[in-house]
Design a binder for this molecule. Structure first.
Ligand SMILES: Nc1ncnc2c1ncn2[C@@H]1O[C@H](COP(=O)(O)OP(=O)(O)OP(=O)(O)O)[C@@H](O)[C@H]1O
Ligand SMILES: [Mg+2]
Length: 255
């Protein structure tokens, strides 16, 4: 279980997160939606230890994640697929994937086992192993980015905008993979601009605005909330919402 309470964080020029509370039960898929600049990626960055909160707590299974650096967060089983493309284009697909196993590099047997598992789960890793990552399509790169994270067999997978720039077929592939991870017991926290896709995939939804959580609930509750439907699923524009949804709604519960 991953819990954020009262998390405040920023980049030096003021706080971006203004006291974020978030609860992800084990083996759930939580999707954070909200306008540009709401702080969605920042939430993932504070969880993965790339940004330290100035106050508040992030706790996973009793461990204080907010006190950890990125390496320790990884060791605890939390991995992040970042929003911007993060592969090394002039390195091969396999080399990129193996970098995800950096923390287990001394255990050659485990490393080989994990690589085998990842190849089975994400066939592009086997099919294009010696190709440079720079030669892959956007969808294929996304798969390899996820494959790299799977090398550590994470408990929690943080995915920032997995649909960004993908064609419908690649989108379906990423969605299938998220479902498989979920079925295998991985907790997934994703940020998604494609609200319909994100909430369709998720078990739970979170709406962020202005560095705060404005609405939480099951994915269906969030999707069916009148203001969300109007702003994100109807004619409204997510980047310029007319008004904020009411701040209190059903809490996230285990499905
Ligand atoms: N590295 C950084 N340095 C300074 N400010 C930053 C940095 N990264 C993000 N910000 C600012 O923090 C705020 C929140 O950014 P964040 O990336 O978390 O938003 P987001 O909800 O993920 O938006 P988007 O939908 O555009 O990805 C924005 O105002 C952004 O300009
Ligand atoms: Mg973002």
């Amino acid at each position: 279980m991953l819990n954020l309470s009262g998390v405040v964080a920023g980049y030096g020029g003021g706080n971006v997160l203004q006291g974020v509370d978030l609860h992800c039960a084990d083996a759930t898929i939580t999707c954070i939606v909200g306008p540009n600049g709401a702080g969605k990626s920042t939430v993932l960055r504070v969880i993965s230890g790339l940004l330290r909160p100035s106050s508040g707590e992030i706790v996973m299974d009793g461990h204080e994640v907010h006190r950890m650096g990125p390496d320790e967060v990884l060791r605890r089983g939390i991995t992040q697929v970042p929003q911007s493309h993060a592969l090394f284009p002039s390195m091969s697909v396999e080399e990129n994937v193996l970098m995800g196993g950096y923390l287990i590099r001394r255990d050659r047997k485990l490393l080989a086992e994990r690589l085998d598992q990842v190849r089975t789960r994400i066939p592009i890793v086997a099919d294009r192993s010696h190709d440079n990552a720079g030669n892959l399509s956007g969808g294929q790169r996304r798969m390899v980015e996820i494959a790299r994270c799977l090398m550590l067999d994470p408990k929690v997978m943080l995915l920032d905008e997995p649909s960004l720039g993908l064609d419908p077929r690649s989108l379906a592939g990423v969605a299938d993979l998220v479902h498989e991870l979920h079925e295998a017991g991985t907790t997934v926290l994703l940020v998604e601009q494609n609200v319909r896709l994100g909430l369709g995939l998720a078990t739970h939804g979170v709406v962020m605005e202005g560095g705060r959580v404005r609405l939480t609930g099951t994915a269906a509750e969030v999707r069916d909330h009148p203001e969300i439907a109007a702003l994100y699923l109807g004619g409204g524009t997510p980047s310029a919402p007319a008004s904020a949804p009411a701040p209190t709604q059903p809490s996230v519960t285990t499905p």
